[in-house]
Each structure stands twice: as structure tokens, then as C-alpha cells.
Design a protein around this ligand. Structure first.
Ligand SMILES: [Zn+2]
Length: 344
């Protein structure tokens, strides 16, 4: 009987013990859960407060989503979205950083857009031009306009057919410069007058056009030019100081020769585009000139050498058509210009 009672008592004790243990266990688990929740909350706040510049890590998936949006959404929408997001525990600083990031991104995107739009005319594609720079660019476009000027020059005239050249030049609103031989001026004085009347430039190109006679001495050079100048003035009333020596200044115009013409008040012009029209009488000189214009590398006026010849007249219109169609202005040389010379 006693034994039975004792056994029952022990069973009861065991039951109570195990129930207490279970109770304790569940109590502990509950406490832990509560504790961990609290911990999480405090960690959140302190985390954000201590590292306000590094909130991106935990928001990584959201940011990428936003990044994609930023590429298409305008600024105001993004800001609206930022403001509409209700913030419970998230500290204000975190929001500000995000906002800053998105504006930064926006500027970047704008820069990219600007870069792309500037790519065509930008000198440095890595640099976004400022307002100041675009102002500085204005003269550059003027220079490129100046690049679109060519100076047609006709040597060895005038001739009986020079009027046809003048008519063609008029047709294409072109001005040119005529370096004329003194005997031919006397032969065709009316043509010389017509050249001046139509607004072209006139200059001298020697009397003899003979290498040996013309370059015999610096005095012979100056004398031939002065004779031409006088004849031109007699015919037109106009005194020109512009001149071109036969065959160009190299190699015959030595420094003392050049000094002599300068002292005589003459301005000696060579050329930098040689049509070779005297040789290419089939009209292929036109392509020759076009090729040289398109490959012109010098920072100088484009001075084209042509001749007052029938074979040049025959194909001249092709050149004028090309120049007009490609936006070139055809102008005459002026006394104020610094002459193009081989030696320089
Ligand atoms: Zn000549």
C-alpha cells in the first residue's frame, strides 16, 4: 500500500516537474522572441543614425528599380514619389541621401544626353561644353565660313573671249582676280574696262612673260610691273599694286628681288591650288581643283591658279557649279590681304 502511494507521488512529482520545465521553456522562447524584436528595432534606428551615408546596401533591389525609372521619369515625378513614401522608422537622413543620389543620377543622365547631342560638333566628346564654351565656339564657325571662300585667279589675259568668262562668273555670283599681261591690256582695253566695271580685281603679270628677260635683274622685274601698272591705270583710271610674276616666285624671286618689288609698293601673289589648266585642256583640271580644295590642309586663303584660256573657259562652268553647290563663296583678292607666297 505504501509502495503504491509512493509510486503515485513520484509520478505526480515527475509530471509537475516536466510541466514546469515545459512552461519555463516556452516562457524563455517567448522572451527571446520579444527580445529579438526589440533588438531589431533599436538596431535599425542606430544603424541608420550611425551610418547615414551607407543606407544603400539594404535597399539594393529598390535602388536598381529606381535607377531604371530615373532614366525615363522626369525629376518632379521622382521627388513626388520620394515624398509620398510614408516613413515609419526610417530616419529622415536616409531619405535625404536617397534624394541626393537620385538628383545626382539625374544630372549624370542629363550630361549623357548633352554629350550625345553635342557629339556631332564637339571637339572633346568627354567634356560637356558650358555656356562660356559655346560662346567661344562662335568665332570657330566664322572661321569655317571663311574656309568656304575661294579666290579664283586668271593669268595671261585679257583675251577676246574673256567676256564669256565674265558672263559665267556673273551667272554664279562669283568675283575673281585677273593678273594681266601689259601688251594684251593694250590689245583689249575694252575687256580690261569691263573686268573692272563688273567688280573684279585686276593686277599685273609682266610685259614679256619671258623667263630670261623678266628675271634678268631685280630692276627688270620692277620695270615690267611698273609698265603694266601704268598701262592699267591709263585704261581704267585705277592704280593696282597687286601682281603675280610669271611661273610663280620660286625659284627666281630671290630675297633681293622680293625686297625690290616690296619697295616699289607692289604686292606679290603666288597661289596654293594649281589647276594645271594649261596642261589639262580636256577639262580634267576641274576635278584637279576640287580634289585640292577637299584636301586643303593649310590655314590660309584658297588661291586657285587658272588661265585666261579658251580650254579653261570651256569647262569653267563645271567648277563654278561645284563651288556654288558646295557653299563656296568666290571672292576677289584685296590690297588689304596678306599675300599667299611660296617662300612663306
Ligand atoms: Zn603667266
Amino acid at each position: 500500500m505504501r509502495v503504491k502511494r509512493r509510486r503515485r507521488k513520484r509520478k505526480l512529482e515527475l509530471l509537475i516537474l516536466s510541466m514546469t520545465f515545459l512552461l519555463l521553456l516556452s516562457g524563455f522562447a517567448f522572451w527571446q522572441e520579444v527580445q529579438s524584436k526589440e533588438n531589431n528595432a533599436t538596431l535599425h534606428v542606430s544603424d541608420a543614425q550611425n551610418f547615414p551615408l551607407n543606407p544603400v546596401e539594404e535597399k539594393l533591389p529598390d535602388r536598381t528599380k529606381e535607377d531604371n525609372k530615373e532614366k525615363t521619369t522626369p525629376v518632379s515625378n521622382i521627388n513626388e514619389k520620394d515624398n509620398s513614401e510614408t516613413v515609419k522608422e526610417k530616419p529622415q537622413k536616409k531619405q535625404e541621401v536617397k534624394k541626393n543620389n537620385s538628383t545626382e543620377k539625374n544630372i549624370e543622365q542629363k550630361n549623357v544626353d548633352q554629350k550625345q547631342s553635342n557629339e556631332n560638333n564637339a571637339t572633346n566628346p568627354n567634356k560637356v561644353p558650358t555656356k562660356k564654351e559655346s560662346i567661344n565656339k562662335a568665332p570657330q564657325t566664322n572661321i569655317s565660313k571663311e574656309d568656304k571662300v575661294v579666290y579664283l585667279t586668271f593669268d595671261d589675259g585679257p583675251e577676246y573671249f574673256t567676256i564669256d568668262i565674265l558672263n559665267l562668273l556673273d551667272k554664279y555670283n562669283a568675283k575673281a582676280t585677273f593678273f594681266m599681261l601689259e601688251p594684251k591690256m593694250r590689245q583689249y582695253p575694252n575687256v580690261v574696262r569691263e573686268i573692272v566695271k563688273r567688280g573684279h580685281q585686276v593686277g599685273m603679270h609682266s610685259v614679256t612673260h619671258d623667263k630670261n628677260k623678266f628675271y634678268a635683274s631685280k630692276e627688270s622685274v620692277v620695270a615690267e610691273m611698273m609698265k603694266g601698272q601704268q598701262t592699267l591705270q591709263n585704261i581704267t583710271g585705277k592704280k593696282s599694286s597687286l601682281m603675280r610674276v610669271p611661273y610663280g616666285s620660286v625659284p627666281h624671286m630671290k630675297p633681293d628681288y622680293i625686297e625690290a618689288v616690296n619697295n616699289a609698293g607692289l604686292k606679290m601673289w603666288d597661289w596654293n591650288i594649281d589647276s594645271m589648266d594649261w596642261k589639262h585642256t580636256d577639262g580634267s583640271f576641274v576635278n584637279n581643283v576640287i580634289h585640292q580644295i577637299n584636301n586643303f590642309k593649310k590655314n590660309d586663303k584658297k588661291v586657285i591658279l587658272l588661265h585666261d584660256r579658251k580650254t579653261t573657259l570651256n569647262y569653267l562652268e563645271n567648277l563654278l557649279i561645284y563651288l556654288s553647290a558646295n557653299g563656296y563663296k568666290m571672292e576677289k583678292l584685296e590690297v588689304t590681304h596678306i599675300p599667299v607666297q611660296f617662300g612663306k
